[in-house]
Design a binder for this molecule. Sequence first.
Ligand SMILES: Cc1cc2nc3c(=O)[nH]c(=O)nc-3n(C[C@H](O)[C@H](O)[C@H](O)COP(=O)(O)OP(=O)(O)OC[C@H]3O[C@@H](n4cnc5c(N)ncnc54)[C@H](O)[C@@H]3O)c2cc1C
Length: 643
Amino acid sequence: MPATRNLAAASAPLVLLVWAACYVPEAGAILPVRSRSVVPSPAALARGSGATPPATRSSPLFSSSSSDNASSAGRRRRPRAVVVGGGPVGLASALVLSNPPHSYDVAVYESTMSGDASTMSYDPTKAFLYNVNERGMMLTRSLPSVQSKLVERGVAMGGGSEILIVPGDQNEPLPETRPIFAGGAKGSSSGGGGEGEDEDEKAKSYWIPRHDMVKLLYESVLEHNAGVDEGTGTKDNGRGRIEYSAGMECMGVRPVKADGDDGDEVVEVKLRDTSTGETQTVTGELVIGADGWKSAVRECLLNGKQNFHHWPGFNHRRFKVKQWISPASGLKFKVLQFPPKFKIPNADGLPPKTTKSTDFHAIRSIYTGPLKYVSFGQLPMKDNEAVRPTNVITRPNHEIWGLRTGEEVREWFQRAFPRLPFGKGDSTLVPPEEWERFATSNGTTFPPCQRSPGLAAYCGGPEGGTCGVALVGDSVHAFPPDIGQGINSGLMDVVWLDRALRGVDLITGEKREGSAAPSNLGEALSKYQKERGPEVKALVKYSRFGSPYQYNQPLRLDRLGKTVWTMNVALRLLLNKITFGAFPSAAILMAQGADLTFRQLMRRADIATAGLLSMAIFGMWSALRHLQVVGRLVQVVKGTVGM
Ligand SMILES: Cc1cc2nc3c(=O)[nH]c(=O)nc-3n(C[C@H](O)[C@H](O)[C@H](O)COP(=O)(O)OP(=O)(O)OC[C@H]3O[C@@H](n4cnc5c(N)ncnc54)[C@H](O)[C@@H]3O)c2cc1C
């Protein structure tokens, strides 16, 4: 596929950069490392703040020497995990790994800085909203502090959100808002997001801005640390500490021997302080790559043949991502910031409608042409005082991306949306600075559908591995957000990793008859690879067909694709209804709950596709026979060959 090749070519400089940073052993495969460790107390961390990361940009929890790791007060030696990436999946991993029965001391390293530029601050370039659904909530519900914050700060689907679709033509009256279909349940019109137990029971999912999700996980980390006891003597609640360091970028990962050549093998992570450029190394038994779709950890495994070759079964090629293009891949995305609440003018004589932060809004333009059509999208938010990010998502060759100044953009949007007050006066919806910011910002591009066939690597093999690396979240699988599974599948990786480490069934979380907890890390990581790998494969296959036309992509080919996609979904739904559920429903509907794994879902979807194809072939054959075309063709052929 040429588009896939282009993408691979585009990512080549990144691969080279990371490759250059990955270690090549100087003498032999395994080198000892020495560095000093500073372990801040949990109380100091907890004092930091409830909202932003601690002021220290870097204070590594782990040295390479295991004896340094226990404090002078004789704190119990715990296994150590290093999490690369302080996004939602990295922080969720840290919380799970630091709790019993794993009880790791965890160090999280995030490349962005603390303060305003942190992943916990609102950033218009990353102002998308997560929809944490029943899959993602399998993890959040296992961490009560996280779940209660999600319920409190998210907008519950099934709790009353509505959608207003605003027509482009200003002379057309505004329609009534409609309840939103929430994964099998119609939203009641009882009010905003749910709070408390009952609403949580009913809620199918919660909408929450990305930075709020990261922030609530970080706050849970602080609460977790406040509850860590020192683990000395007999008193030990089994909680490891979590330390978060911002402004620290992972440059490389390799295996080393702890304590010189005498100790067990551990994994070393090389970090660069992004403000001073200084580098340092830390080690852990387990390294988690949660550093997003351009993962440096994954690239180090891919390019780390020399470093990891002595790990039994290690195959660097498994970490080469496989990519596919979906109709939503490559779409360009920018946010235009609207006020929290605003009035949408109505047709002559009718009262305007005031927006609600917990509602969805789709505001259409008057343009319909392939390179002109555009629409504004707003997703539900709990905070009705916060800026309302308005999504503009379209093809990269759309004419708006060619506009250079704020004034050009304002004029263009005023023509496209005559209903909205985008004038120059005081009553304008968007001030001049915001038009300028929009015009000059780079925007983001939706990723391809991609997966890494390799999810884990471990020393000693499944029989005796004491250290290893596991990938979670976007570092393993990434796709455009149309199927709404980005955050959820990342959180599910953590759930499955947790289950693999505990030695329970990865799908059900229950103890299997006669199964025992894994005897070592290698065994657990091998299970994670073996069982999560096929699930990721099915997920990424689903992401290519799930709902790729929901952005109303403007090209003629897109519109044709959307018609075919809609007919396909409608046909599956119809067959599902008239066969009383015997024929599988459309994949996008089967994915709504968490009852099916993606493997089960795709198996059903593939059976349905095979059924539809068989029906189509049989239908054509019958029609041709009916028209006696086949008989005549046979006669013609017989005549031609002189039979
Ligand atoms: C434009 C866009 C819109 C999206 N919209 C949605 C949506 O609506 N719903 C949804 O569920 N998903 C959406 N997604 C996908 C979603 O963002 C991801 O699936 C989700 O954030 C994955 O979480 P993660 O923690 O694995 O990775 P990320 O959120 O990418 O976090 C990775 C973290 O690692 C850090 N990092 C990266 N490299 C390094 C390094 N070398 N060293 C240290 N730290 C590093 C990054 O700064 C980042 O904080 C969207 C994605 C994009 C690009």
